[in-house]
Design a protein around this ligand. Structure first.
Ligand code: PAF
Length: 283
């Protein structure tokens, strides 16, 4: 595996591949890799001739009181794992490479309809940071295909919309959430939990699944179901940001014609903010 820190060198290397007619897939990450990430790499390998993984903890998507400094950074383990999964190129830039003039005043990409709701309402500026850095990574790597986990459902929706709105010439693929055996969605932030919090964490998926069953049984009083989910999470000890039932394509309120719904939540246990979602196919 080649490891490159400079974006100009990545542009050159990928340019050579493209001249040879090779298809390139990108898996953008912030490192501290787990089975959720390697499932994306596996899929990328099936779809493309060359697989690029980026590891960059993007300061622009963290709020001032968030965990940018504390975010787990495990470069040695990550490199070993990516070697094992036969990644061709690891792009691991410094902040100064992607933000040479700093972040203040940097051009921003905003997907307005999707960025200020749900997690965006609780984390102002977060999705502008995500969309901006992902647009930069796309411009550097110029992939044919980019893969993201469905665990970050709103992020995936923002990126898909950005790609459509800005006519970016690539395909964005969402991949199913990878879970621990007890149902907890894998996440780098799971390590913020202590042992007792970790025993409570699977309740997130349990509660989402219970609400999904109610919808599948025919209930359509979504506001009441959201309230039930919220209260169940609070009851087991979470500080719940939201439980929301939305149209899976627009992230707006479900309407008569919605045929795919998503139930999303963000809930805190101490330092850990867990996000998760389940999809519902109606009909
Ligand atoms: O999901 C992540 O790891 C990050 O938000 C991403 C997409 C790599 C952008 O920094």
């Amino acid at each position: 595996m080649e490891i490159i820190a400079r974006s100009d060198q990545v542009i050159q290397r990928v340019g050579q591949w493209r001249q040879q007619g090779l298809k390139v897939a990108l898996v953008p990450t912030m490192g501290n890799l787990h089975a959720g990430h390697t499932s994306l790499v596996d899929r990328a390998r099936e779809c493309a001739d060359r697989v690029v993984v980026s590891i960059f903890v993007n300061p622009l998507q963290f709020g001032p009181s968030e965990d940018f400094q504390a975010y787990p950074r495990t470069p040695q383990e990550d490199h070993a794992l990516l070697e094992q999964f036969k990644v061709d190129l690891l792009f691991a830039p410094e902040v100064s490479d992607l933000y040479p003039y700093g972040m203040q005043g940097h051009t921003q990409v905003k997907v307005p309809e999707l960025s200020d709701v749900l997690c965006g309402a609780v984390r102002p500026g977060h999705f502008v940071g995500v969309a901006t850095v992902v647009a930069k990574l796309f411009n550097v790597v110029q992939p044919d295909l980019a893969l993201f986990g469905e665990k970050d459902f709103q992020q995936l929706a923002v990126i898909k919309r950005m790609v459509m709105d800005l006519c970016m010439p690539l395909r964005v693929l969402g991949m199913p959430t990878v879970r621990e055996v007890d149902g907890l969605a894998m996440s780098s932030r799971n390590r913020y939990m202590n042992a007792q919090q970790r025993t409570l964490a699977p309740n997130v998926y349990r509660v989402l699944t219970e609400i999904k069953q109610e919808v599948l049984r025919g209930r359509r009083d979504y506001a009441a179901l959201e309230q039930v989910g919220f209260q169940r999470l609070q009851h087991v000890g979470f500080e719940t940001d939201y439980v929301a039932i939305r149209d899976a394509d627009s992230l707006g309120a479900p309407c008569e014609s919605s045929c795919r719904l998503v139930i999303l939540t963000a809930a805190r246990l101490g330092r850990a903010r867990l996000i998760d979602n389940v999809l519902i196919e109606l009909n």
